[in-house]
Design a binder for this molecule. Structure first.
Ligand code: MOS
Length: 674
């Protein structure tokens, strides 16, 4: 089945947040803090207000009314304090975007500057143990005696990996268009991963009832987590529209995305693993240091996947957090699992070398009976099958384990493997299904952020109604539709699909009308360890003279329950793996230690893979049947593709060159370092 909105998208007819035709719309442009820490002492807007077309300047000089409940990153202009460089401290509203942008440069902001600290380091005195880590997981876990396990091991590794700040770069930059109505109602056309939650947050921030706010997002050009929470541009549009009595559009520039839409925290991860003479783990210790802002405690759960992966008598995981003068980190594709599995799966490769074992075999030998930390049975777990299938497809049995010995001209050639995992969760959702003439209309406030959710839900509804998909229309992307959770945490389809199936079944009983709310069903889900698994294989070539790394082949084998639509699923897996390639070799946002904020803030300097970097990426999956997940038997597939990819590539670089780079990205400079 082709993507339903494919034609609209390629012909430019699909409407994104900044493109809704609204009469009388004017534009706002943000003024951002030029210091990393301190307070605004004066905002002189006279020059800006004198420019053509300028309607208003907002700042903390005259705080606009906002709810006391506003989250700190959304409480625009409420206080003069500056928590990070790039924070929004003022905004100009003008008739055109160009006028607003030009006038924003003329807003004179004076500061009292304090000393700032923006550098995460393993010995930072401010590191502390948060109460919980995302999404509500225990901060630390301990089982057995790690020190004894390490002391008794025949082979051990004690290694530290670091990952940099990373930024989501969806093709559609964040934008919002806010329209107030005479009755006090507000409509926001926003680029968001979840219209219901966005509506609730906007309402709470502005002190409105949720019924007074409507959020519309029919098409979203990518999110990856950056649009999973309400970002300040949406509040800015609403405040500016209220101030000037006109609809206001805020379209963030690519550079502004780097400052105010979140980022993946940098990580420092120490791993200590021991194995006995047979390669069975005796201990695993994963300790992580991450950062957050002074505004909000955001604690990324990078050590969480170590609780899921391998059998060991001694297992310790720990998270430490430091609050710096930086923007608040946020979600970026597979938060937690992605950086955590990079470190764990790189360390497992180092352990395989230390133990003289094949890295596929090492993982197979440490396959657990039940989830290692919780002891819960897995709903299904096919990591070993993924590893075996991948090894077969990749020709792994022919691999010579010796590093740095294969050569094709100037290129050193190597292969690597890593495991992948991501939780398979679902959240409560509502949906309705209606028979209209000869067709069926399914309605819910889901979001299609480019994944093809609309198409997949159409297939799910058609299956449940036992009619051809041509007779089903799915309406989503509008908070006036039945409440639905966000497209995030790889939970979208599992959550929405459960409600759609239930609504369609209700319609079949009723004949005309069906509705569903899965709150009770989700609450009644049995306590099981629910995760998708996968195996990533990489082949790289490394130029001996320049240190250039080319990824000549990536193969991902996944076990994600039932795959609802093969084309859409392949696109998610390959997309995730491509992002993992970027993480391994290119992506890095450099924090400006002198001035705060980030140094590289555009796609000229934040490098992501382009087609020429992607030589051959293949994603395949096993036929996994798991009846205990949801009515579709599906596991989420949005995030698992990025998990493990960077480790597989790093392990292949080691195999090619004999050099272990433990600090991402693996750049030519690091490979050439003597
Ligand atoms: Mo994903 S980082 O939950 O959008």
């Amino acid at each position: 089945m082709n993507r339903i909105e494919g034609r609209e998208k390629v012909t430019g007819l699909a409407t994104y947040a900044a493109e809704y035709p609204v009469k009388g719309v004017v534009h706002a442009f943000a003024v951002q803090a030029g210091i990393a820490k301190g307070r605004v002492t004066d905002v002189d807007a006279r020059a800006a207000l004198a420019r053509p077309g300028v309607l208003a300047v907002l700042s903390s000089g005259h705080p606009p009314e906002l709810s006391q409940d506003a989250a700190p990153e959304l409480a625009l202009f409420q206080r003069p304090d500056v928590a990070y460089r790039g924070q929004i401290v003022a905004a100009v509203v003008a008739e055109t975007l160009e006028q607003a942008r030009a006038a924003a440069r003329d807003v004179r902001v004076q500061y009292r500057e304090d000393r700032h600290d923006v550098r995460l380091r393993a010995d930072h005195p401010g590191l502390y143990r948060p109460e919980k880590v995302n999404p509500g997981l225990p901060t630390d876990t301990v089982k057995g005696d790690v020190e004894a396990g390490l002391a008794a091991a025949a082979a051990t590794v004690d290694v530290t990996y670091t990952t940099p700040v990373l930024h989501n770069n969806p093709m559609e930059p964040h934008a919002a268009l806010a329209v107030w109505f005479e009755d006090g109602g507000l409509t926001v056309f926003d680029s968001t991963q979840g219209v219901s939650a966005d509506r609730d947050t906007i309402a709470r921030t502005l002190g409105l009832a949720p019924e007074q706010v409507r959020v519309v997002a029919r098409h979203v050009g990518g999110g990856f987590g950056a649009k999973g929470t309400t970002r300040p541009h949406a509040i800015l549009a609403a405040l500016c529209a209220r101030a000037v009595g006109r609809p206001v559009k805020v379209s963030l520039t690519r550079q502004q995305l780097f400052d105010v839409t979140g980022y993946r925290t940098p990580t420092i991860q120490r791993l200590r693993i021991g194995a006995d003479a047979d390669g069975r783990l005796t201990a695993l210790d994963h300790e992580v240091a991450v950062q957050s802002s002074t505004l909000v405690e955001f604690a990324e759960q990078a050590a969480a996947p170590a609780r899921v992966m391998y059998a060991t008598p001694a297992l310790r995981t720990a998270h430490r957090l430091v609050r710096l003068d930086v923007a608040t980190p946020s979600w970026m594709r597979a938060p937690g699992e992605c950086p955590g599995m990079y470190a764990l799966e790189s360390a497992m490769d180092e352990l395989a070398v230390a133990a003289g074992l094949d890295p596929v075999e090492l993982r197979v030998r440490n396959e657990p009976e039940a989830e290692p930390d919780s002891g819960l049975p897995f709903s299904s777990r096919n990591l070993v099958a993924c590893l075996r299938e991948g090894a077969c497809l990749f020709g792994w049995e022919r691999r010579d384990p010796a590093p740095g010995v294969r050569r094709e001209g100037r290129w050193l050639v190597g292969t690597g493997v890593a495991a992948s995992t991501y939780p398979s969760r679902r959240l409560p959702s509502q949906a309705t299904a209606t028979a209209e003439d000869d067709d069926f209309v399914v309605r819910l406030a889901a979001a299609d952020i480019g994944t093809g959710a609309r198409t997949a839900l159409t297939r799910i509804a058609a299956d449940a109604l036992d009619v051809p998909p041509e007779r089903v229309r799915v309406e989503l992307g509008d908070s006036d539709l039945p409440d639905a959770p966000l497209a995030g945490g790889s939970m979208g389809l599992a959550s929405w699909g459960s409600a759609v199936v239930a609504a369609c079944e209700d319609l079949r009983r009723d004949g005309k009308q069906g509705e569903a709310d899965t709150t009770a069903a989700v609450k009644a889900d049995a306590r099981l360890a629910r995760h998708a698994f996968g195996a990533q294989f990489a082949e790289v070539r490394v130029d001996e003279d320049t240190g250039e790394v080319r990824v000549s082949h990536l193969l991902g084998v996944f076990a994600c329950g039932r795959i609802v639509d093969a084309d859409l699923a392949r696109s998610q897996f390959v997309g995730g793996m491509t992002m993992g390639l970027g993480m391994a070799l290119m992506e890095q946002t450099v924090t400006d230690e002198r001035f705060g904020g980030f140094v590289n803030r555009d796609l000229a300097q934040y490098h992501i893979p382009v087609c020429a970097d992607v030589e051959r990426i293949e994603a395949v999956w096993l036929d996994e049947h798991d009846e205990r997940l949801n009515p579709m038997g599906s596991k989420g597939i949005g995030e698992i593709g990025i998990v493990g990819t960077a480790a597989a590539i790093g392990n292949a670089v080691y195999h090619a060159t004999g050099r272990r780079v433990r600090d991402l990205p693996i750049t030519p400079a690091k490979l050439l370092e003597r």
